[in-house]
Design a protein around this ligand. Sequence first.
Ligand code: UD1
Length: 370
Amino acid sequence: MHILHVVGARPNFMKAAPVVGALRERGVKQTLVHTGQHYDANMSDVFFRQLGMPEPDVNMGVGSGSHAKQTAEVMARFEPVVLERKPDVVLVYGDVNSTVASVLVCAKLLVPVGHVEAGLRSFDRTMPEEINRLVTDQLSDFLFTPSEDGDINLRHEGVSPEKIHRVGNVMIDSLVRLLPTALQCSMSALPERYALVTLHRPANVDDNQVLRRILQSLLDINKNLDVVFPVHPRTRQRIAEFGIDVRHLHLLEPVPYIEFLALQSRATVVITDSGGIQEETTYLKVPCITVRNNTERPITVTMGTNVLVGQDIGKLRTELSRILDGRAKPGTIPPLWDGRAGERIADILLRVSASHEPQESRLSAAHPSF
Ligand code: UD1
């Protein structure tokens, strides 16, 4: 069996690493394709190194652009890669533009696709990632879900149950593996207590007034509790564009994976609009305040430490006071978030491949000229 993985953006790397590792241990032939959606060294290269991922076999260098342009570029550059490499299965991760673009290519070439982190829904179609999730899941053949809500969403959308495999959370695999290293990481000049902040959702950072209001609330929080804020390139661009004064905040460049785990595990509270960080804080049992009205990861709210406050600064303050008063919401770790999701995915793929004809014939059938 030959598995081709597609990764493109920062949150893909920690999800792919455990699957690549588990397939490597089982002696499976693999090809790693990086679309180049994220290209800065501190958004990409350092993650590969820390996660022990092999160098990509193909780097498509797609870079930034509008959604249409980025998606189209990935499609145009990925199609010849699939035709040349002839994988039996393509694995895609998460909900970024690189994910949906590669699935569209595979669906038309009749190459089977596995979606890792399937079934998550925010039910908010103004989020570009929600569109990516819906399309990716409709077109995938193996849907690897992290939790029961994923299975339920997929069944509601008519996905046939035999395609759905609940394997647990691959992102937590990477966390479990690298947390001991992170806990030994010395972070110099870090305050004893701090709020760790990340913001990059277009809904929070692309509008001048909204971003100004959120940053002002962080400046207020910073008077009593140090705010440590590794800034995503999109957010840094907007802060500069809108001319917002953030000199009093402790701004950092994007932080490598292990250092970011260290920052999360020691934080008094995390304030974020990220998807993955809601899950990591739930696992670490660190209080998390999410600056969004909805989440595609509701289990972090029902079982974990996550609270949604939207863009309501009053609610943000109330939740923060509750945490600082020692009344943070307790949380438990969801089932199957145990560090073994990657192994489960590898075992399922091997089992299926043992019971199927080799897939090369499907590629040739779709494109008789090859
Ligand atoms: C993407 C994903 C989002 C994910 C996030 C994590 C989509 C639709 N969005 O959002 O789901 O949570 O990544 O980071 O795929 N830039 C750089 N250097 C980089 C990468 C980006 O400077 O290495 C800048 C670019 O100028 C770009 C902007 O950041 O315009 C946004 O990058 P983009 O890939 O469009 O989306 P993200 O906001 O990072």
